[in-house]
Design a protein around this ligand. Structure first.
Ligand code: FAD
Ligand code: DLZ
Ligand code: SF4
Length: 512
C-alpha cells in the first residue's frame, strides 16, 4: 500500500505523527505551498516567508534522508491553490491508496480534511498531533465537570505530572507561581543585548522575491528578515535565549520600552508553533539552566508556566470549545477595527509603537499584545472577529488554536470569563508604570479629562459604565466599580462626554 503523507507548513518536525511508520520505498511525502493558506487572512509578509522557507528546508532535509518528497511551489504551473486540490492532484500522480495527515491547528482546516474522504473516495487518516505536552483527551478529562477552567489549576496538574520544578509533591521553593516577583519596570539604564538574527540564505532569498512579487498588498516589512528557518538555527536561538535572556525573563516580563522590541522574551513562539522546536526540549533547556545555577527559580518558573501552562491550556480550550467558542460576543462589541491597526497612524504613542514594532518584526511581546492593542480594542468595543483576524494576520506565531483563545478570551473577554476571571482592562496609569511610552506622547497619562487626557483614562471608566450589567457582579470588578460609584455625577458625565467625542472621531476615521 502506498501512502500519501501530507505535511503542513506548521508541522515541520521530524517527529510529526504523519511521518510515523513511513516506508521510504513506497510512501511519498506531500508538501504544498498554496494560495488559500497564504491568503485566508492577509498574513504579515515575514510570516509567509518564514513558513515557506522553513517548508523548503524541511523538504530538503527529508530528501537528504532518502525520503521521497513531492513539493509543490506557490508559482508552480497547475497549482490549484488549495490543500484539497493539491492532495487530489498528488493522488493521481502517485496512485496512492491512502492519505495520512496530522490533525491541523485550525478548525477550518480540520473540517476541510474531514470532507476529503468522501470527496476523494479513499481513506484519509487524521492522526493526533503529538507535539504537545497534554493530549486533547487528557485536557478533556481535566475539564470535565469543573465549574472553573482556570489555567492555574491545570498548570499545577501538569507540574505534578511532569515532575518539573517539584520537590516531592510540593512545588520547588514552596510556591507554584512567582508572578508577583515578575512585575518590575525596566530600569532606565538597563540595556538588553542585541538579539541574534539569521541572515537569509539562497532558499530564503528566493522566497523573499516570491513574496515581494505576490503579496504586495499584505502588511509588514520584509527588509531585515532574520527568522531562523531551520531546526539547527532555531536551536541556536533557544541556546542564546537561555544563556543571555532567561535570567532577566521573570523580572521584566511585563515591561515595555519604545524600541525595545524583544526585551528579555524568548522570541521562540514561531519556532514552537511551526515545529522547529518542541515544547519539551525548550522547557528542559530552561530547567537545566536553573539546576546548574545559571537562571533563578522565579524566571524559570515564569517561563515554564508560559509553555507547560498557558500554551497547553489555550490549545486544550480551543479544541474543547470550538467551533461555538468563536461566535460568543459577551460584551456585544461591534465597532470596526480602526485603520491605525494597520498604518500605525495615531497620536497614542503606545499604540503607534506597538503597531510599528509589529510591522517591523511580525512580533510584539505579550504585554504589548494584551495591554496595548488588546486593551484598546476591549475598551473601545471593537468587534472580536475583526480583532481576531488582525492578530491572526500580523504575528509570525499566529495560528488559530493559540491566537483565538488569547484574543477572544484573554484580551477581549468575549467568552464572558471562561478563560480569564476578569477583563484585562487598564487605564493610562498602568501603561505609564510599565513603559516609557507616555513620556513622548501627545497625550498625558496623568490627565484624566479634556484634550490632553490619555484616552485610556476616560475610556476605562466609560467601559465600566457601558458594561455595568455584564461585569458588576464579578467579585474581581468590585473595587473599580466602588471607585466609579464614588465619583461625582459631573465627573461621570464628563467621562461620558470625552469618550463619546473620542469614539466619534474614531468612527469617522479622524486622527486620534
Ligand atoms: P515568551 O514571553 O518568551 O514566552 C515563552 C513561550 O510561552 C512563548 O514562546 C509561547 O510559546 C508561550 N506562551 C506565552 N504566553 C502564552 C499564551 N498566553 N498563550 C500561549 N502560549 C504562550 N501566542 C502565540 O504563540 N500565537 C499567537 O497567535 C498569539 N496571539 C496572542 C494574541 C493576544 C491578544 C495575546 C494577548 C497573546 C497572544 N499570544 C500568542 C501569546 C503570547 O503573547 C505569545 O506567545 C508571546 O508573546 C510570544 O513571544 P515569545 O516567544 O517571546 O514569548
Ligand atoms: C500559514 C501558512 C501559510 C502562509 N502557507 C502555507 C502553505 O502554503 N502551505 C501549508 O501547508 N501551510 C501553510 N500555512 C500553514 C497553514 O495555514 C496551517 O497549517 C493551518 O492554518 C492549520 O494550522
Ligand atoms: Fe498611551 Fe496614554 Fe501613555 Fe499616550 S499617554 S502613550 S495614549 S498610555
Amino acid at each position: 500500500m502506498r501512502n500519501l503523507r501530507l505535511v503542513l507548513g506548521d508541522q515541520l518536525s521530524r517527529a510529526v505523527s504523519a511521518l510515523d511508520g513511513l516506508d521510504a520505498t513506497r510512501d511519498v511525502v506531500l508538501m504544498v505551498e498554496v494560495h488559500e493558506e497564504t491568503t485566508y487572512v492577509r498574513h504579515h509578509r515575514q510570516k509567509i516567508v518564514l513558513i515557506l522557507s522553513a517548508m523548503r528546508h524541511f523538504a530538503a532535509m527529508l530528501r537528504a534522508e532518502g525520503i521521497p518528497v513531492d513539493y509543490v511551489r506557490l508559482n508552480a504551473q497547475d497549482n490549484t491553490g488549495s490543500l484539497g486540490g493539491e492532495v487530489r492532484r498528488a493522488l493521481s500522480r502517485h496512485a496512492a491508496d491512502r492519505v495520512i495527515v496530522t490533525a491541523p491547528g485550525e478548525w477550518r482546516v480540520l473540517a476541510m480534511m474531514q470532507g476529503w474522504k468522501e470527496a476523494l473516495g479513499i481513506p484519509v487518516e487524521i492522526r493526533e498531533d503529538a507535539r504537545f505536552l497534554c493530549t486533547q483527551e487528557r485536557f478533556r478529562r481535566w475539564a470535565q465537570g469543573r465549574k472553573s477552567l482556570r489555567m492555574e489549576f491545570f498548570y499545577r496538574e501538569m507540574r505534578r505530572e511532569t515532575g518539573w520544578l517539584m520537590h516531592g509533591s510540593e512545588p520547588e521553593g514552596g510556591r507554584w507561581n512567582y508572578d508577583s516577583d515578575n512585575r518590575k519596570a525596566l530600569p532606565e539604564n538597563l540595556r538588553t543585548p542585541p538579539r541574534r538574527r539569521f541572515p537569509p540564505d539562497a532558499v530564503t532569498a528566493a522566497v523573499l522575491d516570491l513574496v515581494r512579487e505576490r503579496c504586495g498588498e499584505h502588511f509588514g516589512d520584509l527588509d531585515g528578515f532574520g527568522w531562523a528557518v531551520t531546526r539547527e538555527d532555531a536551536l541556536a536561538a533557544l541556546g542564546e535565549f537561555v544563556d543571555r535572556f532567561l535570567p532577566g525573563f521573570g523580572d521584566y516580563q511585563d515591561a515595555m520600552r519604545d524600541g525595545g522590541d524583544f526585551l528579555f522574551h524568548s522570541v521562540l513562539s514561531p519556532y514552537l508553533n511551526i515545529g522547529l522546536l518542541a515544547p519539551r526540549e525548550v522547557c528542559e533547556s530552561a530547567l537545566d539552566a536553573w539546576r546548574e545555577g545559571r537562571a533563578p527559580l522565579a524566571a524559570v518558573e515564569g517561563f515554564v508556566r508560559q509553555i507547560l501552562g498557558w500554551r497547553e491550556y489555550v490549545r486544550g480550550l480551543y479544541w474543547l470549545l470550538m467551533p461555538e467558542y468563536a461566535d460568543s460576543n459577551f460584551l456585544d462589541a461591534q465597532r470596526p477595527l480602526p485603520a491605525f491597526y494597520w498604518t500605525g497612524e495615531t497620536r497614542m504613542r503606545c499604540v503607534r509603537a506597538t503597531v510599528e514594532a509589529t510591522r517591523r518584526n511580525a512580533y510584539a511581546h505579550h504585554i504589548q499584545r494584551l495591554m496595548i492593542t488588546g486593551n484598546f480594542a476591549l475598551l473601545t468595543g471593537i468587534s472580536p472577529a475583526e480583532v481576531e483576524a488582525w492578530y491572526l494576520a500580523v504575528y509570525a506565531d499566529a495560528f488559530e488554536w493559540v491566537e483565538l483563545p488569547n484574543t477572544h478570551g484573554m484580551a477581549l473577554h468575549a467568552d464572558g470569563g471562561l478563560l480569564g476571571s476578569k477583563p484585562y482592562a487598564a487605564s493610562g496609569a498602568y501603561i505609564d508604570r510599565m513603559s516609557d511610552y507616555c513620556a513622548g506622547c501627545a497625550y498625558s497619562p496623568k490627565t484624566k479629562l479634556g484634550e490632553r487626557a490619555c484616552p485610556f483614562n476616560f475610556l476605562y471608566w466609560n467601559f465600566l459604565m457601558d458594561n455595568r450589567e455584564r461585569l458588576a457582579a464579578n467579585p474581581r470588578m468590585a473595587m473599580p466599580y466602588r471607585t466609579l460609584d464614588r465619583m461625582s455625577g459631573e465627573r461621570r458625565d464628563a467621562i461620558r462626554r470625552d469618550s463619546a467625542a473620542f469614539l466619534a472621531a474614531l468612527d469617522a476615521d479622524r486622527m486620534v
